[in-house]
Write a protein that binds this ligand. Structure first.
Ligand code: SAM
Length: 287
């Protein structure tokens, strides 16, 4: 039971004044100031299996404090040098280790390998800085070591793209690649008033759990992701147009589409994940 949550407007202001640590827009700093929200994210993020949690962007600790309640070990990566000393003073928990580092510069595979050697499961959590949500998630999706789950807050608009279905306007290469690697569950939508300062848009918390099966051999997945991106290069063009530019060969592009049973006038946004997998398999057979 947390007696003095950091995630309230009053406590956040007190901490900011005490340490002269005002928020910086350049680092995407919007702190959660509603304890019920951090509690729900932390419970979902930690799961029930005693996994270690890696937090991305702890800030002054709104979510960190709750993660330390529910997880045996929390490792938090923060880019802003003002925050690690604050976290160490304000969060009284021996579960917490704070690392001052740009998460995008972190060697995730090395970090995960170290946890694996100790037989520890790892889950990621964070209220992500909006300006780098996609690169952070892709870094995690491309990790070659196992991750149990990723539970993160992001702009609602970006969340909608991850979970988008074919033929919707949000559906893009990101949706296909994410859905290939993970199952996505929405934990909740979050009103913008829950943040300090309050952003212009709403947010959602999504949970990604990794699928165990690899319909495409692991060593070919990078190539598969390139193909998916190429098919969406120009949304208004047909898949045939995008594919022939990618392959630099009109005849081969039309032959492959025909073999995969995809009409030449289809647009990438109409295709299911299974269509992209079939297209890739046909392409490899032709190699
Ligand atoms: N977790 C806190 C909360 O929910 O109140 C803060 C969330 S705030 C949206 C994002 C945090 O990520 C900030 O503390 C910011 O300094 C940090 N951050 C921004 N870019 C980062 C990066 N590349 N690596 C690690 N942390 C980063």
């Amino acid at each position: 039971m947390i007696e003095q949550p950091i995630a309230t407007k009053k406590r956040t202001r007190e901490i900011q004044e005490k340490y002269q640590a005002q928020t910086k827009k350049s680092f995407g700093q919007n702190f959660i100031v509603e304890p019920g929200v951090v509690d729900k994210i932390a419970k979902a993020a930690c799961g029930n299996e005693g996994a270690s949690v890696i937090e991305i962007g702890p800030g002054i600790g709104a979510l960190t404090q709750y993660l330390c309640e529910y997880a045996p070990e929390v490792v938090a990566y923060e880019i802003d040098p003002r925050f690690p000393p604050i976290l160490e003073k304000e969060i009284d928990s021996d579960h917490l280790k704070v690392i001052l580092q740009d998460f995008l510069e972190t060697d995730v595979d090395k970090v995960l390998e170290d946890f694996e050697k100790q037989n520890k499961k790892v889950r990621f959590a964070g209220n992500l800085p909006y300006y780098i949500t996609t690169p952070i998630l892709f870094k995690l999706f491309e990790a070659t070591h196992p991750v149990d789950a990723i539970t993160v807050m992001m702009q609602k608009e970006v969340a909608d793209r991850f979970a988008a279905r074919p033929s919707s306007k949000e559906y893009n290469a990101l949706s296909v690649i994410t859905q290939y690697r993970t199952d996505i569950k929405k934990i909740m939508d979050v009103n913008r008033n829950v943040f300090w300062p309050s952003p212009n848009v709403g947010s959602s918390v999504l949970q990604f759990t990794f699928k165990n099966d690899h319909p495409i051999p692991v060593e070919q997945e990078k190539e598969f992701f390139e193909l998916v991106k190429a098919c969406f290069t120009q949304r208004r063009k047909t898949i045939y147009n995008n594919l022939q530019e990618y392959m630099k060969d009109k005849e081969a592009a039309s032959a492959i589409l025909e073999k995969a049973g995809i009409p030449l006038n289809t647009r990438a946004q109409q295709l299911e994940l299974s269509d992209f997998i079939r297209l890739f398999e046909v392409m490899k057979d032709e190699d």
